[in-house]
Design a protein around this ligand. Structure first.
Ligand SMILES: C[S@@+](CC[C@H](N)C(=O)[O-])C[C@H]1O[C@@H](n2cnc3c(N)ncnc32)[C@H](O)[C@@H]1O
Length: 309
């Protein structure tokens, strides 16, 4: 590297140009190089993330410059995702511990959960309970299948403060991270973590909401993923031949796991066309997302019951 930048702003300019030159892949922590590089700078220099812009004028000591150069070497040359360098990720204003044992949280459920909750609260009230005199049944039990870091189980616990929450994960390594995050969030007692292949090892129970952000990348596309994404656990991404192995199993098992008015909520990314082609009779209801990805769908229990899949 030629002469090192003298200020934080100088490092930020240098980093943004280096991200472009080295064609770094984004999308795990931020969707643009400026925001990700600024985040890494502030964390490496142990400055608050909400620092005022004036902090950019600060001079960087030679010891700090060495630390910053090393962090960007790992990010830009080794292609280590920023969240694995800092060991943290944010979702819905909550902070989660992450490392290479789990995928970095970036689910669309963070944006859609309030809408799903509203729909569900309306749905689970039986017609008789709609009158003011009869208490609403309410949402009593929800589950996050394929919980990874546990991030969505935590969001569910906050969204449904009186519901019992289950979280299911097959990888022992990921489950250990989920257990840590649940404890960090003070939810170790309220959220029950199960080590299970979808529902195989979970005692029979009926849920109002089965939510899942499962692996959905078709196996043949795994090797084309950018280096940063291939550093995430393959088990968190690889969804089998058509990307729907786990989805298929989950939908079949969900028939016996949902309350009569319950709902399955699934995030399937680019596997939406495959899902629509494979299960047209399920007529999933796709929710609109701010960036137009629209890859989260809802399927009611009644439709699953009459499905022969
Ligand atoms: C796409 S990640 C989602 C993690 C987390 N819910 C999130 O949104 O960040 C999928 C997770 O499913 C887990 N998984 C894969 N196959 C599974 C299975 N058959 N049963 C349960 N969990 C599974 C993976 O280990 C991974 O942690």
């Amino acid at each position: 590297m030629p002469a090192r930048p003298q200020t934080i702003a100088g490092w930020l300019d240098w980093a943004v140009r280096a991200y472009a030159r080295k064609k770094v892949s984004l999308g795990q922590v931020a969707d643009n190089a400026h925001d990700e590089a600024l985040y890494l700078l502030l964390r490496t220099l142990e400055l608050p993330l909400e620092s005022p812009r004036s902090v950019l004028r600060r001079k960087v000591t030679s010891e700090q410059a060495a630390r910053v150069a090393e962090i960007f070497r790992r990010r830009l040359d080794e292609r280590v995702p920023a969240a694995y360098l800092t060991r943290e990720a944010f979702l819905g204003g909550h902070k989660f511990y992450v490392d290479e044992r789990v995928i970095i949280p970036r689910s669309y459920f963070v944006e859609l959960l309030p809408e799903i909750a509203e729909l569900l609260e309306d749905t689970v009230r039986s017609p008789g309970c709609a009158s003011r005199s009869a208490p609403a049944r309410g949402v009593k039990r929800v589950v996050d299948v394929c919980t990874g870091s546990g991030c969505l189980a935590v969001l569910l616990a906050h969204q449904f403060p009186t519901a019992k929450v289950d979280a299911i994960e097959l990888s022992p390594a990921a489950a250990a991270v989920a257990r840590f995050n649940l404890a960090q969030h003070g939810l170790g007692d309220r959220v029950t973590l199960h080590r299970s292949d979808v529902f195989d090892a979970v005692k029979p129970a009926r849920y109002d909401l089965i939510l899942s952000n499962p692996p959905y990348v078709p196996t043949r596309e795994m090797r084309d993923l950018p280096d940063e994404f291939r550093r995430e656990p393959a088990m968190a991404l690889d969804g089998g031949r058509d990307g729907l192995d786990i989805v298929r199993k989950l939908l079949r098992q969900a028939r016996e796991r949902l309350q009569p008015r319950g709902i399955v909520a699934l995030e399937v990314g680019q596997a939406r066309p495959a899902l629509e082609k494979s299960f047209p009779e399920l007529e999933p209801h796709w929710l609109h997302t701010q960036d137009g990805e629209d890859c989260v769908c809802l399927i009611p229990a009644a439709r699953l019951k009459s499905w022969n899949g």
